[in-house]
Design a binder for this molecule. Structure first.
Ligand SMILES: Nc1ncnc2c1ncn2[C@@H]1O[C@H](COP(=O)(O)OP(=O)(O)OP(=O)(O)O)[C@@H](O)[C@H]1O
Ligand SMILES: [Mg+2]
Length: 367
């Protein structure tokens, strides 16, 4: 997928800007606070209909403005052209349009313009609770499988009812309704587990391989899927945990407790990985995600590398550029606050690239 042209109005610190990008590597350089991350986030927004930075739409409004508009013109690998407009107004809310047609359900747009982002904000995937990793997994799979997100929402709805029931009722009535709810929970839960297991199976070897390249074979990492459903069918899991559920008054086992385990040299990455190693792991994971999306959607995603040098040493950045400059990758956006070090690595690698200067919310191509 190729983003030919991006236009922004009132998106964070960018009051009005537009830029035409090239295939291959696009570098955005500029000082701290210039607006580089905001531009990458706008590109992400056009694909996912939300910010990559846990921002509400209202927080994305340029201070004091009543609306923002993000517009992108794309050419797909399959030769199709898309004009996508995402807008948000304090009055009127969010709208997403593909050409002249507005989506009835915004979720239907997700997946059309595949995107993968690597950003300093990813650090929470290592440091935070399992919920964040499930959220990541859900966003990743829902770009490829529209059904999946629906199933997750249905699962959560049934789970909510089940938890209410455990709190509010007891005795035979409780058991009767529970048996109906459990059938639904099991059906949705098994489906979610199967999808997650299948995608993580594909991510695992790719993540390990990309990490080996990034670290020059210095370290070994592992990505594992942790789920109550890995060893037993959900029905048995629910039976086994029923007493505990009743005492706790909520559902203590199921795919809502799934987690991704990240390990380095056989140990927990969160505890034993250095910051650069954690960052390298996240990059390897995202590149693996890229490969899986490219393969499944038959469309190379747009790759956003925000703040490329964040926590990485120069050798790792060079190996990363060597990787993403290769034929397996399509259009890439890289941001860095130092123009010279990025340029020198790109020159050294022999990569072709276009350079853009970002300053106080404006983007200018570098002649
Ligand atoms: N809603 C908003 N309205 C106006 N300005 C905003 C809004 N949200 C953030 N900003 C401003 O946007 C700027 C941050 O932009 P951004 O994060 O894109 O910078 P950056 O170029 O990525 O910098 P760095 O190199 O530090 O990562 C800040 O000056 C911030 O005050
Ligand atoms: Mg930034």
């Amino acid at each position: 997928m190729l983003l030919r042209k991006l236009s922004l109005v009132n998106f964070k610190n960018i009051r009005s800007a537009s830029a035409e990008f090239s295939a291959g590597i696009n570098c955005l350089v500029g000082g701290n606070g210039a607006g580089k991350t905001n531009i990458l986030d706008a590109i992400y927004y056009l694909s996912m209909c939300k910010s990559a930075l846990a921002m509400t739409d209202r927080q994305n409004l340029c201070h004091g403005e009543p609306f923002f508009v993000i517009e992108g013109a794309y050419d797909s690998d399959a030769g199709r052209h898309f004009d996508i407009v995402c807008s948000y107004a304090q009055q009127g809310g969010k709208k997403v349009k593909n050409g002249s047609k507005e989506y009835d359900r915004i979720a239907d747009h997700v997946g059309l313009i595949p995107v993968v982002i690597v950003s300093p904000a990813d650090a929470f995937l290592v440091s935070d609770a399992a919920e964040e990793r499930r959220r990541y997994l859900n966003a990743f799979i829902s770009q490829l499988d529209r059904d999946y997100l629906q199933t997750v929402m249905r699962y959560n709805a049934v789970l909510g009812e089940r938890n209410r029931l455990l709190k509010e009722l007891s005795g035979p009535t409780q058991e009767e309704i529970l048996s109906v709810l459990d059938q639904q929970l099991i059906a949705h839960g098994e489906k979610i587990h199967a999808r997650r297991a299948a995608f993580i199976d594909r991510l695992r070897p790719l993540t390990a391989a990309y990490y080996r390249t990034l670290s020059d074979d210095r370290e070994q990492v592992e990505l594992l899927y942790r789920s109550d459903l890995n060893d037993k069918p959900f029905e048995e899991v629910l039976k086994a945990s029923f007493e505990r559920d009743r005492i706790n008054q909520f559902t203590t086992a199921g795919v809502h407790r799934d987690d991704l385990s990240m390990r380095i040299g056989g140990r927990a990455l969160r505890k034993y990985g250095s910051q650069g190693q954690q960052k390298s792991f996240l990059i390897a994971l995202k590149l693996a995600q890229y490969a899986v999306v490219a393969d499944t959607a038959a469309e190379k995603p747009i790759l956003l590398l925000d703040d490329l040098f964040d926590k990485l040493d120069t050798e790792r950045v060079e190996r990363l550029i060597g990787l993403v400059g290769g034929d397996d990758f399509g259009q890439i956006f890289i941001s860095d606050c130092n123009p010279h070090r990025l340029q020198s690595i790109l020159e050294k690698n022999g990569s072709r690239y276009a350079l853009f200067r970002v300053e106080a919310g404006h983007v200018e191509p570098n002649p």
